[in-house]
Design a protein. Structure first.
Lengths: 285, 390
């Protein structure tokens, strides 16, 4: 197992740091899957995580100038590591104006992801800062837990309102109740509602638009077209989980979508230039 | 005592007080012929700081009481006088510090623009002199750098980091975060920064060495140094001996003396300091493959743990010493140097900072004084009197 990579471009480094920082705000530990073409940050939707799942995919070529990977075996040419993204985020932040940053899998006192950055200085020699982040190597037999989640058979798919506005609304609502209902329809309307003994609050968004999912799965398209576009589909979620997702966003996505499966799960998809992030929040009764 | 600070020096004085406040809770003030000394020490006696302001720093410096006057007061009260640095700079023209005639208050008067006078009357307690025993000039290693270099270095470490290890060789300096061996060694992130001797104004290393001290206390000095633009000098020897950081110019002299971890594996680390090549491009030596093979068949070899801390080394002979084995020298039952570490840990009333088992303090009393050496009555010196002035 071998992994060596290098980032030279400052813009790429900044973007990569922002992605990692976003991930670090969503979860304390996650799995990093390295393949020859992509990097994935994965959180499997287990009960231990409160049922929340995350899948973030980056194309390595868009960030790294050098990327060499030798996986566990020839057929399984990938590496799976468990780490704390916060460590990675802090390490990258110290290297923001570095000339080069190398990220490598090493063995120190335990398996580590080593970040080595060459920092510019006024004198001729450069300064090298090295961070060793301890990681756990995940054996192949457990890789099934970290596969790409399949798109749920959603009832409604809708573009989200500007995340900043949504975050402000959810922040206020969090003070009033622990649970929030998200509902939307195929007519570009979304409502966020909370209801307690004393008060109900609802925020209505209009003209959001619905993504045109090509009917790759004919039955899905069929089911949707039979649905009344005005009919609201809803799911009730823990407001803190939604807030955590919204708070962590470090930059604006080019597209943000929300799929809802009635009373089951909400599936949030954010697309950036070179990164895609999916987040699953299970519904509660 | 009667002195006046004018213009930009008011801000310098304020910054000095703020940086002292990051070390201890009480400010010891002592006007002498060679200037005004402000000192403080932390509760576990592992950090001491002292600023000496020469008479030239002041526009007036008069000391009618002579050597007699020494006092201490809560540092927070003094900080309150100099609270907002930005306003100080803009509005305060001079600061007058004088001892009240009936000797129970120290009056700080800020003369501000537009004729505004802000007067603070601070009460104080008489105190004995606080003096740490250290000798910079006998240090083995001396480094001097512009404050920017050190501030940038410190930025690479998380703000919550307690201790940093500095290792020197002939041409390089390594700053590493120190991981407490009580914490799980395999879970901590390790950060290391390597600087070459070029970056220093003065780089004199007579013996390779590696010292570990508290980063938090250093940050206080760095803030002061950066704002005044003064280079910072670092004097140190071997683990266990204190590290002295100082800033100097013609009218002021600031010294921060920090205890270092007394560590048997110091020998080990200074060897390692010799071996690392200039920052290796090529991590060939630490590939994962061999580790995985080991993992499949058996438990992997445990992480290399530095040797457990030994009881602290006694201070160099010739200095008046208080027994240094306990972090709290003022407890009645003094443990002898060489006592088992585990016994120490069960001692009640330990100050919360367990990490620094090495002390450098000489007796609080100057050598030769009748109360020199360690007697139970010396405890009273550091416990503040319960009677307080109004």
């Amino acid at each position: 197992m071998k992994f060596r990579s290098k980032i030279i471009d400052i813009g790429c480094l900044n973007n990569f740091t922002r992605v990692v920082t976003t991930i670090s705000k969503l979860t304390k530990t996650c799995v990093l899957r390295l393949t020859p073409d992509n990097l994935y940050f994965v959180l499997s939707g287990k009960v231990a995580n409160g049922g929340v799942g995350m899948w973030c995919e980056l194309s390595q070529a868009k960030f790294f100038d050098e990327f060499q990977l030798e996986g566990v075996s020839a057929e399984a040419n990938e590496i799976c590591l468990e780490l704390a993204p916060d460590n990675l985020s802090r390490a990258l932040k110290t290297a923001q104006n570095a000339k080069t940053v190398k990220i490598k899998l090493t063995k120190k006192h335990c398996p580590c992801l080593t970040i080595a950055a060459e920092l510019p200085t006024m004198s001729s020699a450069s300064r090298v800062v090295t961070h060793d982040i301890p990681v756990d190597v995940i054996p192949k037999r457990l890789w099934n837990d970290f596969k790409e989640p399949s798109m749920p058979d959603f009832d409604v798919s809708i573009y989200m309102p500007p995340l900043k506005i949504m975050k402000n609304v959810v922040d206020r609502m969090k003070n009033l109740s622990n649970f929030l209902v998200i509902e939307a329809n195929m007519n570009g309307e979304m409502n966020l509602k909370i209801e307690t003994d004393l008060v109900s609050v609802a925020t209505h968004f209009r003209d959001l638009g619905n993504p045109p999912w090509a009917g790759g799965d004919g039955s899905q398209a069929g089911a949707n077209s039979q649905r009344d576009p005005e009919a609201m589909v809803q799911a009730r979620v823990d407001v803190r989980k939604l807030q955590q997702f919204l708070m962590g966003q470090q930059f604006n996505p080019s597209k943000a979508m929300c799929n809802i499966v009635q009373n089951t799960i909400i599936h949030l998809i954010l697309l950036y230039e070179d990164v895609s992030l999916q987040y699953f929040i299970p519904a509660v009764a | 005592m009667d002195c006046v600070v004018t213009g930009g020096n008011v801000k310098v004085l304020a910054k000095a007080i703020h940086s002292l406040s990051r070390i201890g809770d009480e400010l010891y003030l002592e006007p002498q012929e060679d200037g005004l000394t402000l000192r403080t020490v932390n509760s576990s006696r592992s950090a001491y700081a002292c600023f000496l302001f020469a008479p030239l720093f002041f526009s007036r410096y008069v000391n009618p009481e002579g050597h007699g006057f020494r006092c201490k007061m809560a540092i927070k009260s003094v900080q309150a006088v100099f609270r907002s640095l930005a306003t100080l700079e803009k509005t305060v023209e001079k600061c007058h510090i004088e001892l009240d005639a009936d000797r129970n208050r120290l009056t700080f008067t800020l003369h501000c623009k537009h004729g505004l006078l802000k007067t603070h009357n601070l009460s104080f307690q008489d105190s004995e002199s606080l003096q740490a025993v250290f000798d910079k000039d006998r240090s083995t290693n001396v480094l001097k750098a512009q404050p920017r270099v050190l501030t940038d270095t410190v930025l690479n470490f998380p703000p919550s980091l307690d201790e940093v290890t500095v290792t020197v060789s002939d041409e390089r300096v390594w700053f590493r975060n120190h991981v407490d061996q009580e914490a799980e060694p395999s879970k901590a992130m390790l950060t290391e920064l390597c600087l070459s001797s070029d970056e220093f104004d003065h780089f004199e290393v007579r013996a390779r060495s590696s010292v570990t001290f508290c980063l938090k206390e250093l940050r206080g000095l760095l803030v002061f140094a950066e704002s005044t633009g003064l280079p910072v000098s670092m004097y140190f020897d071997k683990p266990g001996s204190p590290v002295v950081l100082s800033v100097t110019d013609s009218v002021l002299d600031g010294n921060f003396v920090l205890a270092t971890l007394s560590d048997e594996s110091g020998v080990q680390t200074s060897d390692r300091a010799g071996t690392p090549a200039p920052p290796a491009d090529d991590f060939m030596n630490d590939e994962l493959e061999s580790y995985l093979i080991a993992m499949d068949t058996s438990m992997a070899a445990g992480p290399s743990v530095p040797a457990p801390l030994t009881p602290p080394a006694p201070l160099a002979p010739g200095r008046v010493v208080s027994p240094t084995a306990t972090p709290d020298p003022w407890s009645p039952a003094h443990s002898e140097p060489g006592e088992d570490l585990t016994e120490e840990e069960e001692e009640p009333g330990r100050p919360p900072n367990k990490k620094f088992r090495s002390l450098f303090f000489g007796s609080v009393y100057p050598p030769g004084s009748p109360l020199g050496g360690h007697t139970p009555s010396s405890q009273k010196v550091l416990a503040s009197d319960s009677e307080d002035d109004g």
